[in-house]
Design a protein around this ligand. Structure first.
Ligand code: ADP
Ligand code: MG
Length: 255
């Protein structure tokens, strides 16, 4: 199993763009917010990148809503724009055009600092390659979102550690864990601050079948237990069947 432990990124830190690429200028556009009780609403979202003379349109006119507690699966071929869409919806990057409202707040009007606070408060993210901090133990990784928010809640941390069945591994470091244990740590970390919505980008992509099944079942049971909205990018049609709704993306557009 090849997995990078060098990618020590907290869920509240934006991923670094390729250095040769700059985003095209963000245009602000007045669009009527249409949250309608949805926890997440995207309206006419576009994303493009500028690479020297090359203009790349990745997402085109994406509109969608996710309700509280809803489980939405996103499917689509490699390169269709799934990860780009997820990073916009989770406030890890800004769209070129359009509006993204999360729990009533427009992410596209926020500064980097405001977005970081919003992610701490309302958003959990699970990456395919775990993104645990290698120098922190399982317990410290799970606590990390609270630590950087200068909060502590040992009961909540213990609840999550027990829920992901890592009670016996709290003092272990990521390099001592199996892939499944790493992803279970990452799931607990994503949920520790009780987010409104949890995003997962191919969360079982680096796991064998047995661990993948366990991680998926865990994600679904925690989503139900905490009534968290769940948006998962997946290639697994079996998983998509379990979702309340499946969204398919083709060449940067929703079907
Ligand atoms: N920072 C970037 N700069 C330029 N192109 C990008 C960037 N991020 C993604 N892309 C391009 O956007 C397209 C969709 O990528 P991605 O969202 O990762 O697809 P998926 O997750 O569906 O495989 C790809 O063609 C990819 O090369
Ligand atoms: Mg992807």
């Amino acid at each position: 199993m090849s997995q990078s432990l060098n990618q020590s990124m907290s869920p509240t830190v934006s991923p670094t763009m390729n250095e040769n690429l700059t985003e095209t200028e963000t245009e602000t556009e007045t669009v009527t917010p249409a949250a309608n009780g949805a926890v997440l609403s995207a309206q006419n979202v576009e994303k493009s990148f500028q690479l020297d003379d090359l203009h790349i349109d990745v997402l085109n006119d994406i509109s969608l809503q996710v309700k509280q507690g809803e489980f939405v699966a996103i499917m689509g071929k490699s390169g269709s724009g799934k990860s780009t869409l997820l990073s916009l919806l989770a406030g890890l990057d800004q769209p070129t055009k359009g509006l993204i409202t999360l729990n009533g707040d427009d992410l596209t009007q926020m500064s980097e600092e405001e977005l970081a606070l919003k992610r701490q408060a309302d958003i959990g993210f699970v990456f395919q390659s775990f993104h645990l901090i290698p120098t922190l133990t399982v317990q410290e990784n799970i606590e990390f979102p609270l630590t950087i928010a200068r909060r502590s809640d040992s009961e909540r941390v213990k609840e999550l550690i027990d829920a992901v069945e890592l009670t016996h591994r709290t003092g272990s470091f990521p390099h001592q864990l199996s892939g499944g244990e790493k992803q279970r740590t990452a799931i607990a970390r994503a949920l520790v601050a009780n987010p409104k919505i949890l995003f997962a980008d191919e969360p079982t992509g680096n796991l064998d079948e047995k661990n993948a099944d366990q991680v998926m079942q865990l994600l679904l049971s925690l989503q139900k237990a905490f009534n968290t909205a769940l948006v998962i990018v997946t290639h697994d049609p079996g998983l998509a069947k379990l979702a309340d709704r499946t969204i398919t993306i083709v060449d940067g557009q929703l079907l």
